[in-house]
Ligand binder design. Structure first.
Ligand SMILES: N[C@@H](CCC[C@H](N)C(=O)O)C(=O)O
Length: 326
């Protein structure tokens, strides 16, 4: 069976989009896990691999226009992916010729829309990040109290304070200084919390956040199921929420969030019932269209593919130069 893929990125968090509605038959769960592990491998995968696969499918939800499933690099499934949702929003927007619609994800139907370009010729989409929960059971996080906000983990990192939040995938966030963002302590802690450990039985996305200025953050994330990525959209949204709650950031005002792969904007909202949600606004860049058979993927014959470069990354790199990140 022939499989068409699009390699995409949001802040250089890279994925292969696989539209299962175009396949002759549905892929089994085992095939999906193997396909992801094989094509995303950074050494032996397709087109230098990726951070995961975004499976686009049909939805039974009346108000949604499509469904997104997120398979991490290691084959585990995540409930959400913010950078990925922007690229799926673009894909469905072009496919269905709609600029604003709803996408079904594992736990929520989320509002997405085409947004004003962040840079010249940078396709930009805005996606909703929701629902938010501080209940430790929702991460899950084995902790003695109901919430874990701005607290120490003395046995693990006595010098740092952390907050745990599900959006709805699990995040652990710490505001740190510039040196600590790149410290070995970060990698050691995040690796430990994503292995067998008594705190996070399903692992956790760990972010170290530096406040650069008023409404301006830098976020680096070690992702569950992947490792360090260039950016994690849900982490940047969750970090923005914690910035507003703990560091005097402003609700309803744009926050600029830079990351190792680029820049996004976020807006943190709170409604009259005290419910939080965030907008995540950023690039949705196409890299290549690829065609390969499922059989070749599953037997590791990845050279048997055809691909068309989509040449959008030149503009993205110009955009990064303007941000002085490149
Ligand atoms: N990169 C994503 C998050 C992908 C899922 C994450 N690794 C998890 O397991 O929760 C994003 O942009 O949000």
């Amino acid at each position: 069976m022939q499989v068409d893929l699009i390699k995409v990125h949001g802040s250089e968090n890279e994925f292969f989009i696989l539209d299962e509605t175009l396949l002759e038959r549905t892929v089994t769960q085992d095939e999906l896990v193997s396909l992801t592990q094989i094509i995303t491998d950074r050494n032996t995968g397709l087109l230098k691999g990726a951070d995961g696969v975004l499976l686009v499918g049909t939805t039974n939800h009346e108000e949604s226009d499509g469904r997104m499933r997120v398979i991490n690099y290691d084959g585990s499934e995540a409930s959400m992916c913010g950078n990925g949702l922007r690229t799926v929003a673009r894909y469905l927007s072009e496919k269905n010729k709609k600029n604003e619609f709803i996408v079904e994800t594992m736990h929520a139907d989320l509002h997405v829309k085409k947004a004003e370009e962040l840079g010249k010729d940078i396709q930009t989409f805005q996606v909703e990040i929701s629902p938010v929960s501080f209940n430790v059971d929702d991460l899950p996080f084995n902790w003695s109290s109901e919430k874990f906000i701005d607290q120490e983990l003395p046995e693990l990192a006595p010098n740092l304070r952390f907050s745990a939040v599900a959006v709805p995938n699990p995040h652990l966030i710490s505001f740190v200084d510039h040196e600590t963002v790149y410290s070995s302590q970060f990698e050691e802690l995040a690796t430990y919390l994503n292995g067998k450990n008594p705190y996070f039985p399903d692992g956790v996305n760990v972010s170290f956040v530096e406040v650069l200025d008023k409404q301006s953050l830098f976020v680096r994330t070690f992702e569950r199921g992947v490792g360090f990525t260039n950016a994690c959209g849900t982490a940047m949204a969750a970090s923005s929420l914690m910035y507003v709650l703990l560091k005097n950031g402003q609700f309803e005002e744009k926050i600029q969030v830079t990351n190792p792969g680029g820049m996004v904007q976020t807006v943190v909202h709170k409604d009259e019932d005290g419910i939080y949600w965030m907008d995540l606004i950023g690039n949705a860049t196409y890299l290549n269209k690829v065609s390969i058979s499922l059989e070749d993927i599953l037997t590791h014959k990845l050279d048997n593919h055809t691909q068309i470069p989509l040449n959008e990354n030149e503009n993205y790199h110009k955009f990064l130069k303007e941000l002085t990140i490149d």
